[in-house]
Ligand binder design. Structure first.
Ligand SMILES: C[S@@+](CC[C@H](N)C(=O)[O-])C[C@H]1O[C@@H](n2cnc3c(N)ncnc32)[C@H](O)[C@@H]1O
Length: 411
């Protein structure tokens, strides 16, 4: 670790916008948090914060904040204090590690728990605020439409709210960690207008193994087949004869082929990408008995009275973030046919960071409970080789354990 004077030199160079006095306070806070076992450490931290030290401040060498140091030394009380005084729960260091991951790697369970709970708390609050802002936007849009009936529907910004959900990008982002904005993987409308590449398997050219977008992001790949198989079993086993099922997002059609083996009476597929729709037609999905294709965005399909309700619903789209996923959750009471109906989704957001994945799992569970659904998580260990990512811009999965959600109405 760099000495304080070295840090001061680095810090002074990289935080030139801070006054010398502020910088000194911030560095003093970091130094105090580096030796939090000192009997007066917490008191000194409190005094520094009261004098205006920034709890979010990071050293320039490692990118560690006072929360990283408190987590490293297993000081749960200090973690708690820092979090309630401006420390950022999901700030990552220069290697992309959050303070909770430091705690986890050292088995500092209490510190991990405290940061995790704070992450969940803040994300749920942000979601609620986002929802409120959307409602207000919708009300304002409705007013504007009353005044100006020709208003452009594109002016809406569905789900355009501040949701602190991490992507796999480490680096310096703090509250909102997402892929860069111009990336197709971060813009559903742009993605839906881009060209898709379907790549056949090296062993069997008849089998499409991967689907990439124009930017080289992986849209779907065969490694997810185990997940799709287990999802299918959980959604379809024991359903009544002629049951109905909705799948949102065709991709490579892996899950839809599996659903077909259970012979649903009604099998609706909502898919918005023209290239995926062309693949579906080339595979004869439009002629299969019981299959109905809604060739549009799910955001439009849910307003179509023809869509109806289902015994099972699965959601797996691409280039949509948690805010958009939550908008779909809100539609579930209308989409599920009754108390026995089942819901699942591809739980892949934050799939390269165990801590953020933990937070997102809890947030999804809370949001689903809010609309009356109880969720059980089934754990799977995906088997995937490094070759899967060859030629792919960004890995979206690297965790050992996938948590498969199955939700039903809580009675
Ligand atoms: C990850 S793939 C689905 C993979 C599928 N579960 C399988 O087993 O092959 C995501 C699909 O969702 C589609 N999609 C993305 N945004 C959508 C939207 N807003 N409405 C409907 N489909 C969408 C994409 O075009 C893509 O085909």
């Amino acid at each position: 670790m760099a000495s304080v004077s070295e840090q001061a030199a680095h810090g002074a160079a990289s935080t030139s916008t801070l006054s010398t006095e502020q910088l000194e306070l911030n560095l003093a806070l970091l130094v105090t948090c580096q030796s939090p076992d000192h009997p007066r450490a917490l008191q000194s931290v409190k005094e520094l914060i009261e004098r205006g030290a920034d709890a979010w401040y990071e050293d320039s060498e490692l990118g560690w904040s006072s929360l990283h140091y408190a987590a490293e030394s297993d000081n749960a009380e200090l973690c708690s204090y820092l979090l309630s005084h401006g420390a950022i729960w999901n700030a990552v260091d220069h290697l992309g590690f959050a303070a909770a991951e430091v705690a986890f790697s050292l088995n500092h369970d209490a510190c991990y728990r405290i940061i995790f709970e704070e992450g969940v708390r803040q994300t749920v609050i942000l979601n609620l605020l986002g929802r409120q802002a959307e409602d207000e936007d919708e009300a304002a849009d409705a007013d504007a439409e009353d005044e100006q009936p020709q208003a452009d529907a594109e002016a809406d910004h569905p789900g355009g709210t501040a949701v602190a959900i991490a992507s796999d990008e480490g680096g310096c982002a703090h509250m909102v960690l997402q892929p860069e904005h111009a990336d197709l993987a971060n813009d559903n409308d742009k993605f839906l207008k881009s060209k898709l590449r379907f790549i056949p398997s090296a062993d069997d050219p008849e089998v499409v193994e991967r689907c990439l977008d124009e930017d080289g992001n992986m849209v779907m790949a065969a490694w997810e087949t185990d997940i799709m198989e287990r999802t299918t079993r959980l959604l379809c086993e024991g359903q009544p004869e002629g049951f109905s099922i909705l799948n949102v997002g065709f991709g490579l059609g892996i899950v839809d082929r599996l659903f077909q083996t259970y012979k649903p009476g009604r099998h609706v597929i909502v898919e918005a990408h023209p290239d995926a729709l062309a693949l579906m037609r080339s595979q004869g999905w439009d002629k299969k008995p019981g299959v109905e294709i809604f060739g549009c965005k799910w955001e439009d399909a849910i307003n179509d009275v023809q869509l109806g309700s289902f015994d099972a619903v699965f959601w797996d789209t691409f280039s949509q973030d948690y805010a958009e996923q939550r908008v779909f959750f809100d539609e579930l009471p209308n989409l599920l046919s009754g108390p026995q109906a089942r819901f699942s989704f591809f739980h892949g957001l934050a799939g390269t960071n165990a801590f953020f994945y933990d937070v997102l799992t809890r947030v999804a569970e809370i949001d689903l409970r809010d609309i009356g659904l109880e969720t059980t998580w089934f754990e799977l260990q995906p088997q995937l080789k490094e070759e899967v990512w060859e030629g792919v811009k960004r890995k979206y999965w690297s965790l050992d354990t996938y948590r498969l959600p199955l939700s039903t109405m809580a009675l």
